[in-house]
Design a protein around this ligand. Structure first.
Ligand code: 4FL
Length: 224
């Protein structure tokens, strides 16, 4: 998969050169290209913000550099996403869907947003990572890339761990334990030491259900 990122703060994406995403890039399984929208500005001072028609607080991103930067990377295989608090909320199902795209173009917004005509002309989908406002779309873009990268073959060792985890079955994770058997007076649940795989499977499912009922009952009513 190839991911193009359009941003006014390309240095922020240095975070993607580490850990599993860094490895996936080294292996050539994932290609990430970061472009600075400012480099496309035809303004003599490389200005990238402008006033909103109709007035109001704050600035918008200038249309020209933003539009030109998108057009410089977009082709017939591109799926162009604008990270925005006004988008559809990201889910694991959406992540899985996007992991099958050949080329994602991620547009990171700043200031009070972007001109609606850039959305109408260039954007295939607006995606939000949750109901809160950030200082820009860079962290949301990285959240999206991180989630998608787990479906890139070989980023995770087995396809199994992708399928078995939280949200794939609309359940939260069961509690996990490793050595020592007693830590600060707290013991590992007996069943996990029993070697009885069927009982362990049942116990984990019960724990998952209990936890989900308690903290995320909305997940139990979801269809996908
Ligand atoms: C984007 C917040 C996606 C949540 C400010 C600029 C945002 C965001 N999801 N806040 N973009």
């Amino acid at each position: 998969m190839k991911i193009d990122i359009l941003t006014l703060f390309p240095e922020m994406f240095e975070a993607l050169n580490h850990s599993l995403i860094g490895k996936a890039q080294e292996n050539g399984l994932l290609e990430i290209n970061v472009k600075n929208i400012r480099d496309f500005s035809k303004d003599k001072h490389k200005k990238c913000d402008d006033y909103p028609f109709g007035g109001g607080a704050g600035m918008l991103m200038s249309v020209q550099p933003l539009y030109d930067s998108i057009m410089s990377v977009k082709n017939e295989n591109s799926y162009v996403i604008y990270l925005s608090p006004s988008g559809n909320t990201l889910t694991q199902k959406k992540v899985k869907e996007l992991s099958n795209k050949q080329n994602l173009v991620l547009v990171c917004g700043h200031y009070e947003g972007i001109d609606q005509r850039v959305i109408d002309l260039c954007i295939d989908e607006e995606i939000s990572i949750g109901d809160y406002v950030l200082t820009g779309g860079e962290l949301p873009a990285m959240v999206l890339i991180d989630a998608i990268s787990r479906y890139v073959p070989s980023v995770l060792h087995s396809a199994e761990s992708v399928e078995e985890e939280s949200f794939s079955n609309n359940l939260l994770e069961y509690p996990q334990y490793t050595r020592p058997q007693v830590f600060q007076g707290l013991e590992v649940p007996e069943v996990l030491l029993s070697g009885h795989h069927e009982n362990i499977r049942k116990w984990r499912l019960e724990q998952s259900l209990e936890k989900t009922k308690k903290v995320r009952p909305d997940l139990l009513k979801k269809e996908d």
